[in-house]
Write a protein that binds this ligand. Structure first.
Ligand code: CMP
Length: 139
């Protein structure tokens, strides 16, 4: 059965452009409850750890320096069918392919600086959420 939690982070391009409020408003209006939220910045090493699954990809090094270039807003979100519904809300990785009305279509600058991350499975949502947060059960 699909789980009810997912993990997201607003990426440095969207935070520095002042789009945090507009994006969290879209997330809440789509029916997601924010269980945990903070503002932080990754070191290149920590970004590399988070994206370790992409280590062999040609874009890995650039991705790690980009993701550590400024503040990010990680969040744990709750809703029925959270992972799938959230990926619909953010749209395709490449903003030129993202559907109208999606967060990436509205706010992403490029395939790398694509405004927001969304976990791709319940298992990864749990792993990625615990990368940034602990003791969130009571919320
Ligand atoms: P995200 O959903 O956070 O997962 C992996 C990230 O790698 C992705 O968003 C993009 O930021 C980045 N990415 C994926 N594909 C490419 C690509 N072809 N070129 C550059 N960056 C990419």
């Amino acid at each position: 059965m699909a789980g009810n939690k997912t993990f997201t982070m607003i990426k440095p391009d969207a935070v520095s452009a002042g789009n945090t409020g507009a994006i969290t408003k879209m997330i809440e209006e789509a029916g997601f409850r924010i269980v945990a939220i903070k503002k932080t910045q990754l070191s290149p090493e920590k970004a590399g750890e988070f994206y370790a699954v992409h280590k062999a990809r040609p874009f890995y090094k650039d991705l790690c320096s980009y993701m550590s270039s400024g503040a990010i807003i990680p969040m744990i979100l709750e809703k029925d069918n959270a992972v799938e519904d959230f990926r619909k809300l953010i749209g395709a990785t490449d903003p030129t392919k993202a559907a109208d009305g999606t967060i990436r279509k509205l706010f992403a600058k490029s395939i790398e600086a694509n405004a927001i991350h969304g976990s791709d499975s319940d298992e990864n949502a749990a792993i990625e959420g615990s990368f940034f947060f602990s003791n969130t059960e009571r919320f």
